[in-house]
Write a new protein. Structure first.
Length: 268
């Protein structure tokens, strides 16, 4: 059995629009299957329960031109989900991670009138990678990941409009490189790393239907992200991680950043 606490702050600017989000989550998981060989090869599979919350503030600087406040509303999203995972690592460090998460959402929106929206989603992530030695203890690790998601959001009413339900099938493709310092297994260590990725969205667009009018706001389809991070193995049961990532849109003008912190505790 293991537990994970994490949080992040995200901020991005696109054209005149600004958005900032604070996210926290707690996960508890249990291995139902585990196998480890003397050469370091190991496999594990299990179940995960996740609770999370995200608060988002949105602004539009163009409102200044007509003498209005810049805020365009606040969103608070609570989530609860259950899923499973499978992980396999070879003796040379190559890995396969498969994760499924099924989540229920409740969004509370506030602007001129409060509103609430409920929904659910199912996500499947498949990630592979393999490190190669480049100098002494440093490794270069190519990575690839595909994430598929189905999302349903119920309809809700605002002051004068009805927002129609959303059913969306989408995906995300990521290819990148990670450079990190290799450490000996089963030792307390600090592992710094640098990463760079090219990310693209595929599938349904993020369209919203208000009454009978469909609105499809411009969305980021491709972006480059790069950052630095640190993982710290504090003991056999406790690990810490942090990461700062900068990203720049390729399909729209704009940029942003994300900072993450987390701690993982094993109860075995």
């Amino acid at each position: 059995t293991w537990g994970l606490l994490g949080g992040s702050h995200n901020a991005d600017v696109t054209d005149t629009r600004y958005r900032a989000s604070n996210i926290w989550f707690a996960q508890i998981g249990r291995d139902l299957f585990q196998e480890e060989k003397p050469d370091g090869e190991h496999r594990r599979a299990g179940v995960i329960v996740t609770l999370g919350n995200q608060t988002t503030d949105t602004k539009d600087s163009a409102l200044r031109l007509i003498g209005q406040a810049l805020s365009t509303g606040n969103i608070s999203t609570a989530s609860a989900g259950i899923g499973g995972y499978y992980s396999a690592v070879t003796s040379e460090g190559g890995y396969l991670n498969v994760v499924n998460q099924n989540t229920f959402y409740r969004e509370d929106l506030s602007e001129k009138r409060n509103a609430a929206q409920k929904g659910y989603g199912s996500t499947l992530s498949v990630e592979i990678g393999k490190p190669y030695r480049v100098a002494d203890n440093w490794r270069l690790e190519p990575q690839a990941q595909f994430v598929a998601q189905h999302l349903h959001l119920d309809s809700f009413n605002t002051l004068s409009q009805r927002i129609q339900p959303i059913d969306q099938n989408s995906g995300q493709v990521r290819g990148g490189l990670r450079i990190f310092r290799q450490t000996e297994r089963n030792t307390s260590s600090l592992t710094p790393y640098f990463h760079i990725d090219l990310v693209g969205n595929v599938g349904d667009k993020s369209a919203v239907t208000i009454n009978t009018v469909e609105i499809e706001p411009p969305t980021t389809e491709r972006w480059v992200q790069d950052g630095v991070g640190l993982t710290a193995t504090l003991s056999k049961r406790v690990a810490f991680f942090s990461d700062i990532t900068h990203y720049r849109n390729l399909s729209l003008p704009g940029m942003g950043y994300q900072g993450q912190l987390g701690i993982n505790v094993s109860f075995r």
